[in-house]
Design a protein around this ligand. Structure first.
Ligand code: ADP
Ligand code: MG
Length: 628
């Protein structure tokens, strides 16, 4: 028998194939099963015109591991190959009989036939040292055997084979330290691979399996029975009609796929037709996975092409702000690259990603409108991600995300309740210029700030920003519905009438000497000391000039990296408080004491703001000095 050489190009290709095209050896099974499925599709398609009277149920793919022989056999009763076809399809790498079949029969892109590149078959050599293909074409009397041990070439001969179809025998490579090829003889491993890659092949993939069964008539005696099991579920859940599916069906699928036993908050299931056609089945989980907010978390959706899994986590399908979404996309329009692990062009992917983003946003908006309780649950799990989404990329996504934001607010019914920005604006008073907010560790902390008390007393609502990212998010937004945001602890709150302002300026002018003296005592700590328009009952508070607020200073300085920053601090005093009179008296009577009191007031202001005290011991002895 003549040993034939692969064509020169093919030889190099085969080498490449075995060593570098695929990242996972295990995909050989996906490729061989896909070929078997294509072969069956072709035979079924032909039988329709030949009146062969075949039913879809007549077809199957069979896996047969043999531990003694160390072989794995994949059998199908598909179309088979003639001698010429064997030569053309398996003797020439990168020749796809399936692609040819599609164009000969004028089948459009919507066909289920998977093959297109003519290389998948050779992935068998990643796990096999010898591959034997026995095949008999539909309508032919002769069967042929093709055999190859890889780059050295192949032989073709006639052989005995009763049934139409193809049988591929892989003689597995010997196990090494690193690689246990014999795993592909294990029932559990084969089951697992079929589930992972080929679960939605539309013909049954079967195997003889061993099951432990109770011996009839006994209580506790078991025996091993052998039976034929179908390993794949065949119909992709997402290709079923929505009204055939119950919530429980969706939830079960979610549990099985994502190993999350908390029911998802909602699912999105649809078929999209347009520039790119695809099916999607997405879930919004109810709680964040334990590693969600860590670097090790990988976002992504499972990508299928014609029901065959291509990529387990396709990150490009999900923007970071929706990275919590789980699910899959199945498209027949993807141009895959040769390994089918990556996509040739990302144009289709970009189109899909854009439209998924829109769908997810719509789903969240709907949830916010129709099921507030559910939405707040979602918010507590993933709200931070949306806020980061606004802050990241300098606000490119603010239009998309701003109406999904929730904040605590003094305007909520419950102390820890949430308000959207739209709700806040709808409650704004006619004369109100700003959307006020206070930042701090907790709702009580924000509510207790002297400045936020004052703003509330004037009848305005205050948002309470309790999360680190909040103020950065607000600063990125700058405004909402044409209203600017205003930190109650910074700058001019816009609450004063012009007369009040002039009066305050006058008082400030009068106290110039006092403030000069006090600022000297706080050398380098504050930018200014002045009278406050944001104090009602407290003697003192700290505010900031400029863009960096005290709360942001705190957050930034708590980060493990980066330079230390300091807001432009201003010590503000309450002119109506008795302490102010005392300070004025000390200016003439006792400058040393004035310096001490100034320091004390400054430290108090720090405490109220939740800022660290520079020297707690010094503060404590200062207080003791006053007591004795
Ligand atoms: P592709 O599937 O992308 O066409 P492959 O390298 O996987 O490329 O297969 C090459 C060709 O060999 C297929 O197009 C098909 O014509 C033929 N072939 C492979 N496996 C079978 C099979 N089980 N039955 C019939 N033909 C097959
Ligand atoms: Mg193939």
């Amino acid at each position: 028998m003549e040993q034939k050489q692969f064509q020169a190009e093919s030889k190099r290709m085969l080498d490449l194939m075995i060593h570098s095209i695929y990242t996972h050896k295990e995909i050989f099974l996906r490729e061989l099963i896909s070929n078997a499925s294509d072969a069956i599709d072709k035979r079924y398609f032909k039988s329709l015109s030949d009146n062969e009277g075949l039913n879809r149920d007549d077809f199957h793919i069979f896996l047969h591991p043999d531990k003694d022989l160390r072989t794995l056999t994949i059998t199908d009763n598909g179309i088979g190959m003639t001698a010429e076809e064997l030569e053309a399809n398996l003797g020439v790498i990168a020749h796809s009989g399936s692609r040819a079949f599609k164009s000969e029969n004028e089948l459009d892109e919507n066909t289920d036939i998977i093959g297109q590149f003519g290389v998948g078959f050779y992935s068998a050599f990643m796990v096999a040292k010898k591959v034997t293909v026995r095949t008999k074409a539909a309508g032919s009397d002769t069967a042929y055997e093709w055999q190859s041990e890889g780059v050295d070439g192949y032989t073709v001969d006639t052989c005995d084979k009763a049934d139409i179809g193809t049988e591929i025998v892989l003689e597995l490579i010997d196990d090494t330290e690193d690689e246990k090829y014999s795993e592909y003889l294990e029932e559990f491993r084969l089951r697992q691979l079929v589930k992972k890659y080929s679960d939605y092949i539309r013909f049954p993939i079967q195997m003889e399996v061993t099951r432990s069964k109770k011996v009839e008539g006994t209580e506790d005696q078991y025996e091993d029975v052998h039976e034929i099991a179908t390993l794949n579920s065949m119909t992709p859940m997402w290709k079923k009609n929505k009204n055939e599916l119950t919530d429980e069906d969706y939830n079960r699928f979610y549990r099985e796929q994502y190993f999350d036993y908390t029911e998802p908050l909602s699912h999105l299931h649809s078929r999209n037709e347009g520039a790119v056609n695809y099916n999607m089945l997405l879930y919004i989980p109810a709680k964040a996975p334990y590693d969600y907010y860590s670097k090790s978390f990988e976002k992504g959706l499972t990508l299928y092409s014609n029901g065959v899994m291509i990529m387990e986590k396709c990150a490009d399908l999900l923007p970071d702000h929706f990275s919590f979404v789980k699910g899959l996309v199945d498209s027949e329009d993807l141009s895959l690259n040769i390994s089918r692990e990556m996509l040739q062009h990302d144009r289709q992917l970009k189109l899909i990603a854009k439209s998924l983003e829109k769908s997810i946003k719509n789903e969240l908006t709907k949830m916010l409108k129709t099921d507030r309780e559910k939405y707040e649950k979602f918010w507590e799990a993933f709200g931070i991600q949306l806020k980061f989404g606004i802050y990241n990329g300098f606000g490119v996504n603010k239009e998309l995300l701003q109406d999904l934001l929730l904040f605590h607010s003094s305007g909520c019914d419950k102390p820890e309740g949430y308000s959207t920005l739209a709700e806040y604006v709808s409650r704004m008073r006619e004369d109100q210029k700003y959307i006020y907010y206070a930042a701090g560790e907790s709702v009580p902390r924000c509510a207790g700030l002297p400045a936020s008390e004052l703003v509330r007393d004037k009848g305005y609502e205050v948002l309470y920003l309790t999360e680190h990212v909040d103020e950065f998010t607000i600063q990125t937004l700058q405004q909402y519905s044409d209203k600017e945001f205003k930190n109650v602890s910074a700058g001019d709150l816009g609450l004063e009438s012009e007369e009040d302002k002039t009066a305050l300026e006058k008082k400030n002018e009068e106290a110039k000497d006092l403030f000069e003296e006090m600022q000297k005592a706080l050398e380098g700590k504050v930018k200014a000391v002045r009278l406050s328009s944001r104090l009602k009952s407290h003697p003192v508070c700290l505010s900031s000039d400029g863009d960096l607020s005290l709360e942001m200073e705190k957050v930034l300085n708590n980060m493990p990296v980066g330079q230390k920053v300091q807001a432009e601090r201003v010590l503000e005093l309450n002119a109506d408080h008795p302490v102010f009179a005392v300070l004025n008296r000390l200016l003439t009577e006792d400058k040393d004491k004035l310096a001490k009191y100034t320091n004390l007031l400054y430290q108090q202001a720090l405490l109220i703001e939740g800022m660290p005290i520079e020297d707690p011991v010094a503060l404590s002895s200062m207080i003791c000095d006053l007591m004795v």
